[in-house]
Ligand binder design. Structure first.
Ligand code: DO4
Ligand code: MG
Length: 305
């Protein structure tokens, strides 16, 4: 079972459930209408999930799923339904250096500060940073940004954990932590500029509610240029050094999230150093049991003077 956010043309965003190839429109069927209210609701999250399940079991599907998850839009009885990122009021936080590949790539790119990446990979305390607020998150099939003042840009395919206000896991989504490797490599104190800029975070296509083991999910990254595949890489969340519980526990230690949060869990796929994204590249990130997040690359910002 998957939870999605979508909207019909200019109408308000809605929550939907995807089950057995059908989309159930939850508008008006639950005591809440937004993801933020679902994640904020009092009581245990399992009760909210039971409510979702019974809303679906007693309902008639609104429409059959054809293109919504795979193209980001679908005609529904003459109206266009458009898929939205699964975040409405949540901050998106991100973990760093949780895979050996990420540690190695960052040590190589940041000559003067390599030891800090080794230290954080081995430390008890993880690296956590604020990646985006909800209104800045790019929808599936939307444009993700590469900075015009950066020369070396990559996507970071990451498992995203959707958390309630009580820091319980609602489900899992796919995230893209777009990053400028030259800016981060120059000095780790430039990390916010390397990672937090316009359209640098995408989420979607859905929140999978029934993942049994998030530590055993294949992740695949494909980058296409003019229709040709220019990069493919894969990993598995079993390569993650840290457990999701541990990352969540640190995130919630000294911060609260009244409308929930999304936590990205770090990248285990980093293209070779010769690779950089170009405008119009198509980035596809697939995670087992969740789906594929597709975005198109566009320049953002201004060049250095
Ligand atoms: O330390 C830099 C950020 C690391 C990161 O984003 C990752 O490992 O995914
Ligand atoms: Mg990352």
């Amino acid at each position: 079972m998957k939870l999605i956010r979508f909207r019909y043309e200019d109408e308000k965003p809605r929550l939907g459930v995807v089950e057995r190839g059908q989309v159930y429109d939850l508008a008006g069927q639950l005591p809440y209408a937004t993801l933020g209210d679902l994640l904020a609701a009092e009581g245990r999250l399992s009760e909210r999930i039971d409510e979702l399940k019974s809303a679906v079991s007693g309902a008639t599907a609104a429409f059959e799923l054809t293109d919504l998850l795979t193209a980001g839009r679908q005609d529904v009885g003459g109206k266009q339904a458009r898929l939205l990122a699964p975040a409405d009021e949540q901050e998106v936080w991100a973990s760093g250096v949780t895979y050996k590949r990420s540690e190695e790539a960052r040590m190589a790119e940041s000559k003067g500060a390599a030891q800090f990446y080794a230290l954080v990979y081995d430390a008890d305390r993880p690296e956590l940073f604020l990646k985006a607020t909800a209104h800045r998150v790019v929808d599936p099939f939307g444009d993700v940004g590469i900075r015009r003042d950066a020369a070396w840009n990559v996507p970071e395919p990451e498992l995203g954990v959707v958390l309630s206000a009580n820091m319980e896991v609602l489900g899992y989504t796919v995230g893209n932590d777009m990053s400028s490797r030259d800016i981060e490599g120059e000095n780790p104190l430039y990390l916010p500029q390397a990672k937090v800029y316009k359209d640098s975070c995408a989420l979607g296509p859905a929140i999978a509610l029934d993942i049994d083991d998030p530590h055993s999910l294949g992740i695949r990254l494909t980058i296409k240029r003019n229709g040709d595949q220019v990069f493919f890489g894969e990993t598995n969340t079993d390569q993650m050094k840290r457990k999701i519980d541990e990352l969540v526990e640190y995130l919630g230690r000294a911060y609260d999230f009244p409308k929930g949060a999304v936590l990205l869990t770090g990248t285990g796929i980093v293209p070779d150093d010769s690779f950089t994204l170009q405008e119009s590249d198509v980035v596809e990130i697939e995670i087992d049991g969740i789906g594929t997040l597709t975005n198109i690359v566009k320049w953002v910002g201004r060049s250095a003077k």
